[in-house]
Ligand binder design. Structure first.
Ligand SMILES: [Zn+2]
Length: 330
């Protein structure tokens, strides 16, 4: 054995002094899954989008989503190309000004997956795999993928129209799924969209300004009053009535039912509802008021607004008297 080191096997072999590792292995073993083989293709097509669709469909089957990372229409010197990345490629950038409803979690994890499409001189598009590996597990269900759930332009338009017509998101959702059974939009995505749409419609206006603008635009009878406290003006009470309600009220002013509902808004204003009855026994809404307090003064103001809806000169005087009695005995 001279000149040769003794070959020892096993941990308990004599003569071996165990050296503790400098650092315990703290980093978990990096996850890696290679999807390259699925994207090798001989496909050559004049339609760039066809190639992107093809790649997206495959990604969908493998349960991940592809986004267009970059696209260049080319110039004299540069060739036309596009880059397809995994949806989770790139670093997650957190912005300070982020809406709570916009938070989608840290999905981005710097996934290196990348495909590249380029255009040959004969104007056909080809696809190559730059990196087919992902550093994350592929999802079990494709449902949660943001890109997959993204609405198509026509669906988005449909959603916006329905939102404007006050269709609740859950009904919009079932309409979209009825039209396209493959629709993968989640409720959360739809709620976020609808929230963003509302913000877009409101622009820089406050909620109060937006409400009054919308009420005036849609022809509502709208009155409000304010109080000045701490040097600024605060909305005290709001009253509004639909034009159709006003004409119904003028035809049937005899019986009125009134009640307050609570917890309808974050300002803790009670919703005071005035309901009328037609000669056929059907009820209709005369008007609504949001009241800061439930004092005599607030109710009197709301009912005065209600009375002012009546066009017949004789009615108001008669009502004024009755209302005074009503408010006092409430
Ligand atoms: Zn990936």
């Amino acid at each position: 054995m001279a000149g040769k080191r003794e070959l020892v096997l096993g941990i308990c072999a004599p003569g071996i002094v165990e050296v503790p590792p400098d650092k315990p292995p703290s980093r978990p073993v990096a996850y890696e899954i290679d999807t390259s083989e699925h994207f090798y293709t001989e496909m050559a097509t004049p339609d760039r989008d066809e190639l992107i669709r093809w790649a997206r469909d495959i990604a969908l089957k493998l349960k991940f989503a592809i986004v267009i990372g970059k696209s260049d229409n080319g110039s004299d010197k540069r060739k036309q190309y596009f880059r397809l990345d995994c949806e989770r490629g790139g670093r997650y950038v957190s912005t300070n000004k982020k809406l709570k409803s916009d938070q989608t979690g840290t999905r981005k994890c710097g996934c290196p997956f990348r495909l590249r499409g380029y255009c040959h001189a004969d104007k056909t598009w080809h696809l190559t795999v730059v990196n087919g590996k992902h550093n994350h597990e592929l999802d079990k269900a494709v449902e949660g993928h943001l890109i997959v759930g993204r609405l198509k332009p026509e669906e988005r338009q449909c959603m916006e129209e329905m939102s404007r017509n006050l269709v609740p998101p859950k009904n919009i959702m079932s309409t979209l799924k009825d039209r396209d059974p493959n629709n993968k939009t989640t409720a959360k995505q739809l709620y976020n969209l609808s929230h963003r749409l509302k913000l877009k419609m409101r622009a820089s206006m406050t909620e109060m300004q937006h409400l009054s603008k919308r009420l005036v635009e849609t022809g509502y009878f709208f009155k409000h009053r304010t109080v000045v406290a701490d040097g600024s003006e605060h909305v005290q009470d709001i009253f509004f009535a639909h034009p159709k309600s006003i004409s119904l009220f003028n035809s049937f002013p005899t019986v009125l039912l009134m009640d307050s509902t609570y917890k309808t808004n974050k300002y803790k204003m009670s919703l005071f509802e005035i309901v009328g009855f037609t000669s056929t026994g059907r009820s209709f809404n005369v008007g609504f008021a949001w009241l800061t307090n439930e004092r005599e003064d607030n109710f009197t103001w709301a009912l005065e607004q209600c009375v002012s809806l009546l066009r017949n000169e004789d009615f108001p005087r008669y009502f004024q008297h009755r209302l005074q009695w009503f408010v006092v005995s409430m």
